[in-house]
Design a protein around this ligand. Sequence first.
Ligand code: NAD
Ligand code: UFG
Length: 333
Amino acid sequence: MILLTGGLGYIGSHTAVELIEAGYDVIILDNLSNSKIEVLDSLKQITGKKIPFVKGDCQNEALVEEIFTNNKIDAVVHFAGFKAVGESVKKPIEYYDNNINSTLALLRVMKKFGCKNFVFSSSATVYGRAETMPIYEDFPTSATNPYGRTKLFIEEILKDLYVADNTLNIAILRYFNPIGAHKSGLIGEDPNGIPNNLMPYITKVATGKLEKLSVYGNDYPTRDGTGIRDYIHVCDLAKGHVLALKKLESNSGLVTYNLGTGTGYSVLEIVNAFNQVCGNKVKYEFAPRRPGDIDVCYASPEKAQKELGFKATHSLRDMCETSFNFEQKHTKN
Ligand code: NAD
Ligand code: UFG
């Protein structure tokens, strides 16, 4: 049985589907701080299985122990955490508390129960401003905001833990920019309030819930002046977790992988691709650069491809279509 913390969230819910389709049993722990209980019904519709769910906080060690007592947990995939960069600058204590203490609590319980396999949701943000592209896993790491620092600190904690106990198997997965949704349109990215990220903002403009997109900066040293990122379909990203778990089953020790496609698209390229799918509904205007943004960021996916057999297969069009489909079918606000 695989414990998914934060398994009702955007990436966790898609990973639950992929794990079940790959034959794994999963149990979800989520405190619903950034997700809705309805996702559980959607997961049942998609997979045909009723996934065991515990509503609660990872920091509640007694509760996590209860999960380990009642189930044979072979591995933990740890998605739970806060993830908004801007909010983390305003609420550093909440971010350090939730992200770091949740991880420590889980690791303590895993140790107590002899559970050896841990997959951690890290981020491309740990590369800071990389000097060259594509980004390889051995590039230097740094952080420019509290959210990024929580990811960096947790990575360091995991490395220290592995030094102390090299019988552990730990996969640090550095995600690039997940977008898209499950093809059913039943699960997808559904942020509270006005979205910070590009794709959820675009889908709300395309469905008339927001007026126009601000493109942050058209004077970057890129092919059209707008920022370039490595957008990866969330279902491809989810499959990466299945492969990472299989890697841990082979007693891998501590491993670190980029999960990206290796291809960068600019903001305008994303807008144009989306406009082809939705019929030119995305109005935009250029706005000043967003503080803290970098010009270009894309992965080398080589290591994950070679060692995990990971390869992203969904096209940009598919990413746009499924994002639009989810927004149209699912969200009301
Ligand atoms: P999400 O907010 O949709 O999912 C996180 C889930 O964790 C939510 O359902 C939330 O309710 C839950 N949660 C938060 N704190 C909890 C706690 N203490 N106990 C129990 N549940 C808790 O976010 P996501 O986009 O699915 O991201 C998942 C993970 O991937 C996060 O750790 C995030 O930092 C990381 N990540 C995300 C991105 C991205 O662009 N989405 C990029 C890189 C890394
Ligand atoms: N952008 C706009 N307008 C918007 C939103 C974004 O032009 O309204 C631009 C940004 O300037 C950037 C690109 O679209 O060039 C992507 O921005 P996102 O906010 O969607 O994503 P980021 O690359 O800034 O960051 C995301 C997550 C981070 C994570 C990082 C790498 O928010 O937490 O991907 O995984 F660390």
